[in-house]
Design a protein around this ligand. Structure first.
Ligand code: ATP
Ligand code: ZN
Length: 224
């Protein structure tokens, strides 16, 4: 069900939300984000913001439910691989990479353990929230492993005896260090990206998207 208004999905609360809201505000889109609403209408443009969990954003785009979305590449690629494996729609267009949300998806092991290369992970159990990305990387390396899917507390899995290694998002490395782990492989470098659903757009919507992109270009250049 397509609406006349352009629908943009952004993370409601988390590491991407503030910079995402700031970006759209600087692009001249006015909205009032007070309260607990899922949909917020812009006050000056035919745009609705959808405030959701970041995990839901790739699917909303791939199912064509919203027009644009801002999401971390890590989440986008994980969901894309999962949907492709299930033969579900997984297409989208990347409009531009943004200048926030930077992190890396890395494999980490006990800091006292020896490590010479990916083959050292052979037969190990790896705890992660990103099983598809880990599998893609390990397949590329030709190394077999067992997954351990965790949606939280990944970094404590080795100490808790649930896994031998982890694959998790890292920015400073402080969390790894606090848990007695060391980073041994970076499997993905991620940033937030602006994505668009595939399929037809009305002329009005297309023109609005182009206007937003032009403004965004200016906003991002001004910051550099
Ligand atoms: P939600 O409640 O929306 O599901 P979440 O807990 O899954 O939130 P956040 O922790 O807010 O997600 O992270 C959102 C995104 O921010 C990540 O997917 C990643 O792209 C990016 N990010 C940047 N730095 C980090 C970091 N150090 N750790 C985790 N994510 C990071
Ligand atoms: Zn999430």
């Amino acid at each position: 069900m397509q609406t006349q208004r352009l629908r943009i999905a952004i993370q409601k609360k988390g590491r991407l939300s503030k910079e995402c809201q700031d970006l759209f505000k600087r692009c001249g889109i006015k909205f009032n984000l007070m309260g607990e609403r899922l949909v917020v209408h812009s006050e000056n443009m035919p745009i609705d913001l959808l405030l959701v969990r970041d995990d839901d954003i790739p699917g909303l785009i791939m199912d064509g439910v919203v027009d644009l979305g801002v999401i971390g590449e890590n989440e986008l690629e994980e969901v894309g691989l999962e949907r492709a494996a299930l033969n579900e729609p997984c297409d989208y267009t990347k409009l531009r990479r943004l200048d926030f949300g930077g992190c890396r998806l890395s494999i980490a092991i006990d800091k006292d353990e020896q490590y010479t290369g990916p083959q050292d992970l052979h037969g190990k159990r790896i705890a992660t929230t990103y099983p598809q990305l880990v599998k893609r990387y390990m397949d590329e390396q030709g190394v077999e492993f067992s997954p351990c899917m965790l949606n939280g507390s990944v970094e404590v899995a080795p100490r808790a005896g649930l896994a031998d290694a982890i694959c998790d998002l890292v920015s400073t490395g402080a969390t790894l260090e606090a848990n007695g782990l060391k980073e041994v492989e970076v499997i993905l470098r991620s940033k937030a990206v602006l994505i668009q659903r595939t399929g037809e757009f009305s002329e009005d919507k297309q023109a609005l998207i182009e206007r937003i992109l032009t403004r965004m270009q200016g906003v991002i250049q001004a910051k550099e």
